[in-house]
Write a protein that binds this ligand. Structure first.
Ligand code: ZN
Length: 333
């Protein structure tokens, strides 16, 4: 194909443009997935779906804020009748959108050894990555009665064959690139040189990348891309730099990031004129005790407060919520 590996940063020429009037928008994405112990070795089973009913409150909350969330669903979620009912009902009303999220270790066919390197789907042999993807893609179409256009690799695990696979499956948008993060120490991708701006993966402009938004804040923010890789092995220096306001990396998520920090990050994204700002969270954080970020009822309310505050801040600065449908209509081909 006329394109490149999604592991390589794109050239400036690949940057996507949006029609006039689109301005800056914010997209709320939810990694909708089973609960599992994030610190335990990967396993085919032993996960839970007890948080799924809690998605209903989140959906209502989003609708009250005028936000249409993008649920990136994985295999166990697609098997859950409760998930299909809650999300399917929102989809039918046009109040939410759906995408594909591949967690290879819980997704058939199970032909690989389950371990950390193989938890990045893009690291699997091309045929196995594609077989897992198509099982999931078909299951979503059958269960939700809609053809998802968006993909996120679980653990941001793109690989050298992912672009081809996505194009052949009719996926129009990928949102697996977590710019400014490097997972190579655990056999994952290195996105430290990838941009935050949306870009075309291929010259035919059939596959658009929407990186997750993680900005640098602080006096050295323009140098963040160069300094952060060097700080990987110096976590204490990194934390001093962040506390002293020299350099802080702020992923736009309520998970482990305070609303105050997120607003500093939001300011950077707005100042930089980023056309699409991508927020993310994991569905198990919508209930108590499944992720390190939401352990108590108080922390759950803080998560909702974060969304209210940060989305309110964007709205106040003219950054309206957007949808995949709107992005598809608004990107210049
Ligand atoms: Zn995930």
């Amino acid at each position: 194909m006329a394109g490149q590996s999604m592991l390589d940063p794109p050239s400036r020429a690949q940057q996507a443009e949006f029609h006039e009037g689109f301005g800056q928008r914010v997209l709320l994405t939810v990694d909708t997935e089973e609960e599992f112990d994030w610190d335990a070795p990967f396993s085919k089973d032993g996960h839970g779906l007890t948080h799924v009913p809690a998605i209903a409150r989140f959906q209502t909350f989003c609708e009250e804020l005028g936000v249409s969330p993008l649920y990136l669903v994985d295999w166990p979620i697609v098997q859950s009748d409760v998930a299909v009912e809650i999300i399917g009902e929102a989809l039918a009303r046009g109040a939410a959108e759906i995408g594909v999220q591949l967690h290879p270790w819980v997704n058939p066919p199970h032909d690989e050894e389950i371990n950390t390197p193989n938890s990045f789907a893009g690291s699997l042999p091309a045929e196995l990555e594609a077989a897992k993807f198509s099982h999931l893609h078909e299951a979503i179409k059958t269960r939700f009665g809609t053809d998802p256009l968006v993909y996120r690799a679980g653990r941001y695990g793109l690989g050298p064959n992912s672009a081809n696979m996505l194009r052949e499956s009719g996926i129009a948008i990928d949102t697996s690139v977590r710019a400014n993060f490097n997972y190579s120490d655990r056999h994952g991708p290195n996105y430290s040189s990838h941009p935050l701006t949306p870009y075309w993966v291929d010259t035919e402009k059939s596959l658009l990348e929407l990186p997750l938004t993680s900005v640098f804040w602080g006096m050295l923010r323009r140098q963040g891309k160069f300094i952060t890789p060097a700080l990987r092995h110096l976590p204490s220096l990194a934390s001093v730099m962040s506390r002293t306001g020299l350099l802080e990396r702020i992923p736009l998520t309520p998970e482990g990031v305070s609303a105050e920090e997120a607003i500093r990050g939001a300011d950077m994204a707005i100042d930089d004129g980023l056309p699409v700002i991508v927020l993310s969270l994991h569905s198990p954080s919508l209930d108590l005790g499944h992720t390190p970020y939401v352990r108590s009822a108080e922390e759950l309310e803080q998560l909702y407060d974060w969304l209210r505050i940060v989305l309110g801040y964007f709205a106040k600065h003219g950054v309206k919520p957007t949808t995949i449908a709107e992005i598809m209509r608004s990107v210049v081909r």
